[in-house]
Design a protein around this ligand. Structure first.
Ligand code: ZN
Ligand code: ZN
Length: 252
């Protein structure tokens, strides 16, 4: 499996960069994992929108789904010019109702698969996209949101999406070959993280306790100095971490 970072910022991107997005590729299967503001444009640098099998949105905040209307525009144009033959499949939550009611209007270019309606397997909602098996698990955020595990050929990527800390999170991501973890809030603002996000230190602690094989902190707040964020992640994890960067490619 090959993972390319398309965007790492939240809740808005720095100049010429993007919010949350990762390109996941395995043999003939390609998915975009989160599709925040700016991700469509970045995808064109590291892959092609037309080659995607599906888009995944872990939740309906704009830093994870903001480029869905652009994907819809592309499909509508692409069908006219024979670049794509059918609507683009999108896997996303069907809540909250107000956010979904806006996104619902893009179904003339996007084919929606509501995660809550996917087959249940223990605590997961699961689906198969090409050679990739996706297992969604509920996380704890300000709206219905999912983390996801992506498996193929005995390798596994675990991704938190947006969540605050809850004990089962460690079990979900245990021993992942690659753990992409939000590391949003510095200790000085830790009250803000409650109910919303992980602190940088918590992200490091979760990765250490889950004994993940590779740890990739991401989802950074543009107002912070990332050297401080890294320092606090390392307080939880230990030294030597590598922070997500646009264009970074990881093979597992
Ligand atoms: Zn969010
Ligand atoms: Zn976010």
């Amino acid at each position: 499996m090959r993972i390319t970072v398309l965007g790492k910022w939240s809740p808005y991107p720095k100049g010429n960069e993007a919010c949350s997005g990762y390109l996941i590729e395995n043999s003939d299967t390609r998915i975009a994992l989160d599709f925040g503001n700016g991700v469509f444009s970045k995808l064109e640098l590291y892959g092609s929108f037309w080659d995607l099998n599906a888009i995944i949105c872990t939740h309906l905040h704009a830093d994870h789904s903001g480029d869905l209307p652009i994907a819809r525009n592309a499909v509508k144009s692409g069908i006219l010019y024979n670049k794509i033959k059918a609507k683009m499949p999108v896997y996303l939550p069907g809540e909250p109702a107000l956010n979904y009611s806006i996104i619902d209007t893009y179904q003339d270019g996007l084919q929606f698969n509501i995660i809550e309606g996917l087959p249940e397997e223990n605590l997961y909602r699961t689906t198969q996209i090409g050679s990739l098996k996706l297992k969604f698990f509920k996380v704890e955020h300000t709206m219905l949101a999912y983390g996801v595990e992506i498996e193929t050929q005995g390798k596994r990527v675990a991704y938190t999406g947006d969540t605050h800390y809850f004990p089962d999170l460690i079990d979900y991501v245990m021993a992942a070959d690659l753990f992409i973890c939000e590391a949003t809030v510095l200790e000085k603002n830790k009250d803000y993280a409650v109910g919303r996000h992980l602190t940088a230190r918590q992200a490091g602690e979760i990765a250490r306790r889950a004994k993940v094989k590779q740890f990739l902190p991401s989802h950074f707040f543009p107002e912070y100095d990332l050297d401080y964020v890294k320092k606090e992640i390392e307080e939880g994890y230990g030294s030597g971490i590598i922070m997500a960067e646009e264009g970074m490619i990881i093979e597992i």
